[in-house]
Ligand binder design. Structure first.
Ligand code: ATR
Length: 276
């Protein structure tokens, strides 16, 4: 039996076991996916014991994503760009490979929702709100796409400038106060801040500045329809919810550990939505 895990602290809230468990069951594979709670001080020991414990790999969540980045033997380009690891596996030489699948999770969901040509060159800018770990993952994914300009607006400007450093020829930090101008040229607006999440304040931006053909994405998925997405949909914009990124980021890990590429189906989505 092939074994995989999700490790975090705490870990009870993770939806990964439901996603991978659904795929294991529907594909009829002989595998297991377990949640493991490891305190930060024990994470190094946990990583070193993975192979002896018979794991093919697993997912890493808070607060261990940076420690997994430091502890992996090999890093993928995506992990390097993001500076954090959410997926671990072993390569043919038995080395622990650290990847970050959030970037490809975002772009896969974008393609599925809007089609692969939405961000063709000259279509307009991508405007990102926020500059934390999630913003870094979204920008890392978009940098693999056509040469659209990426504008990052964040309350704390030093963080958006750090993200612009990923590729200064394509990514620019813009002032949160100058957002209206950025919105006027947008093809895609992405909220990566926690604003709009259940229990948090709403995001307050002037959607009337967006061109009619601009799509609006939110990485918040609780609630599934955030106030931002509801307002954008009411104005006729195409909208992309945050759940798709969560589901699609799970695909590469599952394929690597269990050898079969799983599909993000409506059935899986409905299963997670019922649990939100
Ligand atoms: P994550 O790793 O999930 O992206 P994070 O690193 O805590 O989480 O980043 C949260 C983002 O939401 C940041 O861009 C943060 O802005 P700052 O860098 O200025 O802190 C943004 N954010 C959170 N609360 C906000 C608020 N009330 N107004 C504007 N931005 C906010």
């Amino acid at each position: 039996m092939i074994k995989a895990f999700v490790v975090g602290h705490p870990i009870a809230h993770s939806r990964s076991p439901m996603i991978h468990g659904h795929w294991l069951a529907t594909l009829g594979l002989d595998g297991s996916y377990e949640r493991i709670d490891v305190a930060p001080e024990d994470f190094g020991t946990f990583l070193r014991g993975l192979k002896a414990d018979g794991f093919a790999g697993g997912n890493v969540t808070l607060p261990h994503k940076e420690a997994a980045f430091t502890g992996a033997d090999v890093l993928t380009d995506a992990a390097r760009r993001i500076g954090a690891v959410n997926t671990l596996s072993f390569d043919g030489q038995g080395r622990l490979v650290g990847d970050n699948t959030d970037a490809v999770g975002f772009t896969a969901h974008l393609d599925e929702t809007l089609g692969p040509d939405w961000l063709s060159v000259d279509a307009g800018d991508v405007v990102i709100l926020g500059a934390g770990g999630a913003a870094r993952a979204v920008v890392a994914g978009l940098l693999d796409r056509p040469a659209t300009r990426i504008l990052v607006a964040n309350r704390t400007r030093s963080r958006s400038e750090a993200i612009a450093g990923l590729d200064p020829t394509r990514v620019e930090a813009v002032d949160w106060d100058g957002l209206d101008d950025a919105l006027r040229g947008a093809r895609l607006l992405v909220n990566t801040t926690s604003l709009g999440m259940t229990g948090k304040p709403q995001l307050d931006i002037a959607l009337e500045n967006l061109p009619a053909d601009c799509a609006v994405a939110d990485i918040v998925y609780s609630p599934l329809e955030t106030p931002l997405l509801a307002a954008a949909a009411a104005r006729g914009h195409r909208v992309i919810d945050g759940l798709g990124m969560l589901l699609h980021q799970a695909v590469p890990g599952f394929e690597r550990w269990f050898g079969t590429r799983p599909v993000v189906t409506r059935e899986l989505r409905a299963l997670i939505v019922a649990d939100l």
